[in-house]
Design a protein around this ligand. Structure first.
Ligand code: NAP
Length: 248
């Protein structure tokens, strides 16, 4: 299995996805930088990945709410990286509002990106992984899917769904050398959390035992471990990276 180090990270143009991609690049993976709208940022991440020594680096843009995105992305990884041993489903969005104010479109957008797109991409990637009898899938969930967060019913539902999805798929392919795990970050400093009102940020901070927010790199280290061969007996788990906030 030593030669199988090809990773596709969705939403790698910014934030947590970028940190995951660069950590994998530093560990010698061939990497595909997926992005949604920010092509220039993705190209810059690719440049950084090359500088870190990634043997092959590709960039691919696709709106993950489009059903055609999953086959196109996996095909691009196969041809440009020479295979696909690691899929990190990281891309995600929030459309926060209290339930009574939540529009159907807010619900649909979050479920489509944070849950349905992961289903499609995982199904597509696992087809190839099953043939090679090796694979690592890591789904970026959230502590919101465990704790429930007010104003995020759509997001909490999608992330809780992702945790259930992870557990089911892990059991289906455990005998084929494939593991499927979820990582649930707490409050990590990215564009997503910078968009929250300051009062909400202060409220979160008061609840975090570590007394600080997390950094994308702190999530990336765990993802890289789960992506490695040494993590082969960890399967179907959800691991929180949240400064002690959640009894995971
Ligand atoms: P972010 O900074 O907002 O970045 C989101 C990434 O997802 C971007 O690369 C974006 O691509 C991509 N993306 C979003 N919608 C897409 C779509 N429809 N099609 C293709 N790409 C799409 O987010 P983040 O904070 O790094 O979060 C990354 C993951 O961690 C998400 O799943 C999030 O739910 C989860 N998470 C974050 C936190 C936190 O505190 N930050 C906590 C728990 C969980 P473009 O920019 O190219 O459009």
């Amino acid at each position: 299995m030593g030669g199988m180090k090809q990773a596709l990270v969705t939403g790698a143009s910014r934030g947590i996805g970028r940190a995951i991609l660069l950590e994998l690049a530093a560990q010698g993976y061939a990497v595909l930088v997926h992005y949604g709208k920010n092509r220039e940022l993705a190209e810059a991440v690719a440049e950084e990945a090359r500088a870190l020594g990634a043997p092959r680096v590709a960039v691919f843009g696709a709106d993950l709410t489009d059903p055609a995105a999953a086959p196109a992305l996996v095909e691009a990884a196969e041809t440009e990286l020479g295979g696909l041993s690691v899929l990190v489903n990281n891309a995600g969005v929030t459309r926060d509002n209290l339930l009574l104010r939540m529009k159907d479109a807010d619900w649909d957008a979050v479920i489509a990106t944070d849950l349905t797109a992961v289903f499609r991409l995982t199904r597509e990637a696992i087809k190839r992984m099953v043939r090679r009898r090796y694979g690592r899938i890591i789904n970026i969930a959230s502590v919101s899917g465990i704790l429930g967060t007010p104003g995020q019913a759509n997001y909490a539902a999608a992330k809780a769904g992702l945790i259930g999805f992870t557990r089911s798929v892990a059991k289906e392919y455990a005998k084929r050398g494939i593991t499927v795990n979820a990582v649930a970050p707490g409050f990590i400093e990215t564009d997503m959390t910078a968009a929250l009102p300051e009062a909400v940020q202060r409220e979160y901070l008061a609840q975090i035992p570590a007394g600080r927010f997390g950094r994308p790199e702190e999530v990336a280290k765990l993802v890289a471990f789960l992506a490695g061969e040494d993590a082969g007996y960890i399967n179907g788990q959800t691991i929180c990276v949240d400064g002690g906030l959640t009894p995971c």
